[in-house]
Design a protein around this ligand. Structure first.
Ligand SMILES: Nc1ncnc2c1ncn2[C@@H]1O[C@H](COP(=O)(O)OP(=O)(O)OP(=O)(O)O)[C@@H](O)[C@H]1O
Length: 272
């Protein structure tokens, strides 16, 4: 399996204070890594570092983050703009909020695709509607013509995932993509991400508080505590047989969710 991204001994500080310390992991094409840990453990910081989104106060102070031979913290803003979206996509907890409220979904998707060099509006619409259909929307044209405020929060989130996937990124960074959603919509968003992996071979780094979501989706798992890596390895093995006392405590406090197969899951107690 070809490697997509590799973190090597990464330290990240805000205003000189260490937030994340000595993190190493790698991810191959189509693999899904779940990053879990308590609030403030550094989960978002880790993925923001890949796209230079640490803000003015944040800095990768040691180590490397390699993507296709590029050391991401060192690339220019121009290079970063080029890979942002097309190579590495990102979705947030409230992905729907990134849509402008007063322009239709279709207009915004056309603009996004044009900004990445695809100006064929007819083809873009056809491709978007086909993906909406694959993602389970029964009226794709209606979604295309909708203003974001005409869609529920859950629908906005699902359309946000679809929009990110239209650029067919090799890597998707997903920061709490299901935590603002009710259990039914969580299931749909999980299904969308698994389908995206299947359709496009996209690798996913998933930040979540929800062990149930990790259990349902992840091949690998990284447990963070106060910026340090407590455990990293195959998700199934860690979930079945956690080694560090911290992981044991974390798992004991989480609800259960059984994994059925690579693409299937049982959503009982998915929300946490
Ligand atoms: N822009 C910032 N400036 C200063 N400190 C920050 C900044 N962003 C994050 N931090 C600090 O870095 C640490 C890790 O924060 P981070 O948001 O990565 O944690 P998290 O595990 O994603 O938390 P949550 O689950 O609550 O989103 C925290 O101590 C946080 O206060």
């Amino acid at each position: 399996m070809s490697e997509i991204i590799r973190y090597e001994h990464v330290d990240i500080s805000y205003n000189g204070e260490l937030a994340v310390h000595d993190i190493s992991f790698s991810l191959g094409a189509g693999e899904i890594l779940g990053i879990v840990g308590e609030s403030g453990s550094g989960k978002s910081t880790l993925i923001k570092a890949a796209l230079g989104m640490l803000g003015r106060d944040g800095l990768v102070t040691r180590g490397d983050i390699y993507y296709k031979g590029l050391d991401l913290p060192d690339i220019s803003d121009k290079e970063r703009q080029k890979i942002c979206g097309t190579e590495i996509g990102m979705i947030f907890q409230m992905a729907g909020n990134s849509f402008c409220p007063i322009r239709t979904v279709g207009a915004q998707i056309k603009e996004m695709m044009a900004a990445h060099g695809n100006e064929n509006a007819v083809a873009v619409k056809a491709e978007a509607c086909a993906l909406f259909t694959k993602f389970g929307f029964s009226e794709p044209e209606r979604i295309w013509d909708s203003y974001p405020f005409e869609l529920s929060g859950g629908m906005q989130q699902r359309v946000g995932v679809a929009a990110a996937m239209l650029l067919k990124p090799k890597l998707l960074l997903a920061d709490e993509p299901t935590s603002a959603l009710d259990v039914t919509v969580q299931k749909q968003v999980i299904e969308e991400m698994l389908l995206a992996r299947k359709l496009f071979g996209t690798a996913i780094i998933l930040v979540t508080h929800n062990i149930g979501v990790v259990r349902a989706m992840s091949d690998k798992m990284l447990v963070l505590h106060q910026g340090k890596m407590m455990e990293y390895g195959k998700a199934g093995e860690i979930l079945a047989n956690p080694q560090s006392p911290y992981t044991k405590k974390l798992l004991a406090a989480m609800p259960r969710l059984r994994r059925r197969s690579a693409d299937g899951y049982d959503t009982a107690n998915c929300a946490s």
